[in-house]
Design a binder for this molecule. Sequence first.
Ligand code: ADP
Ligand code: NG1
Length: 474
Amino acid sequence: MFTDHMTLICHVIDKMADLPPPVQNLAEAKVDHDRYANIKEKFVKKYNCEPKFYARAPGRVNLIGEHIDYCGYGVLPMAIEQDIVIAVCPTSDNQLYLSNTDDKFRDFQCSMTNFEINKAKPDWHNYVLCGVKGMTEFISLTNPVGMQCMVDGCVPNSAGLSSSSALVCCAALATMQANNQSRSKKEIADMCASCERYIGTQGGGMDQAISFMARPGTAKKIDFNPLSEEDVILPEGVAFVISNCCVEKNKAATSDFNTRVVECRLAMQVMAKSKELQWQECKNLADLQNKLKLSLQDMAGIVEACLHKEEYSKQEVCEILGVTAEKLAETSLSANTLHVEKFRLYQRAGHVYSEARRVEEFQRICKEVPSDAAQRLGTLMNQSHESCSQQYECSCTELDDLVNLCIKSGAIGSRLTGAGWGGCAVSMVPSSELSEFLRKVKDGYYVVRGLESRVDEALFATQPGSGAAVYIQS
Ligand code: ADP
Ligand code: NG1
């Protein structure tokens, strides 16, 4: 009886990603009503009418599995409470009107169907345009309604907590709702992962997947190709703390992120070629593993055997693959990495295969809950940071210092989260030592560096939050 009941619950939960995001009356929603009243007030002041609904999409913290989603490997994030909200009133004039509660984001207006997304200068409205364009194409709208929008966000920007994806997802959801359409969370998440690439970065699908498929109280293991999700219940007695090193890194404005994507692609192509596979037909490092029918551990051996530790020049890669530089640009590079001349293939592929193993191990420990579960998860987080910092080179001095301080201050495990090169660390801390930990990190990082005024938004414990939703103004 009990088992039947559990099976039924699991089945219902399983199917939740196949449902559309929830649509609820704002008055009945468990939200900060003062915040929504404030957004509404600003909306009315700006547009002289009331919003009809609000779309919201959360940011996320990735517990483990960094820079592997775009290589086809599963990741383990949870949604955070911080989110983007867009108050919307549909209009009949086919225009998109954007305003933001934060004055630093300037007003913008364009046609709903005829606009350019500026990759060279990714101002905030370009992320909204990614979501609008993605959804308009996805639901084949030839004549989408116009929208007056007031955007309000509290996800720290360019800090590895996915503010950009929350904005893209929220804009896509707003476009769907304004046009009275409905699609499943899974479909929208998949589509948003693709349309965020209009901004130029070639990311994976982690951020958009968790933004739509999150459930309060549980982290998720997200897998790709096809997109799927599974609850991961975190051990009791630990808290997860986010700390921002306060170095900002905008992914779209530099080529570092895409350079890593390209290095992983080149590593895959060089290994595929040396294993006599059709390298142009391999999609990513996970696809290569599938084609070779080997374990992740075996793939570490393939990296050792096929790649050298020294940097590869572009010319060397061209010689190995038997292509011209022009052809390589077509098969392997992105528009903003055409200038890159040196690639570290051994280090990047080594990170990806070891990180993918750590994600599997993390999930297994959460399922089996051995007596030393927290210690083992902490060790995996520390190893992940070491690999991100040393092999993948996506940390920075401030972030490394912060991670080390978190460990010294009582964290069982600590690592950078998100894209890196700045931004946040996530630490696992015994719940009983949480306040002492927060005090030590505040004093040891923020006070010492003159960042005390930022502590409230930069250092906080977090719980797995809920996914994207629409609230109707009653
Ligand atoms: P992240 O790691 O947070 O996703 P990115 O550098 O990829 O960082 O994207 C950050 C960009 O997203 C910001 O520079 C801004 O253009 C946009 N953005 C994030 N939050 C907001 C917001 N509340 N309002 C407007 N734009 C936002
Ligand atoms: P953030 O932290 O939001 O910049 C980026 C990618 C993810 C993933 C992580 C690294 C986008 C939209 N997001 O996240 O897909 O690759 O880096 O694990 O590109």
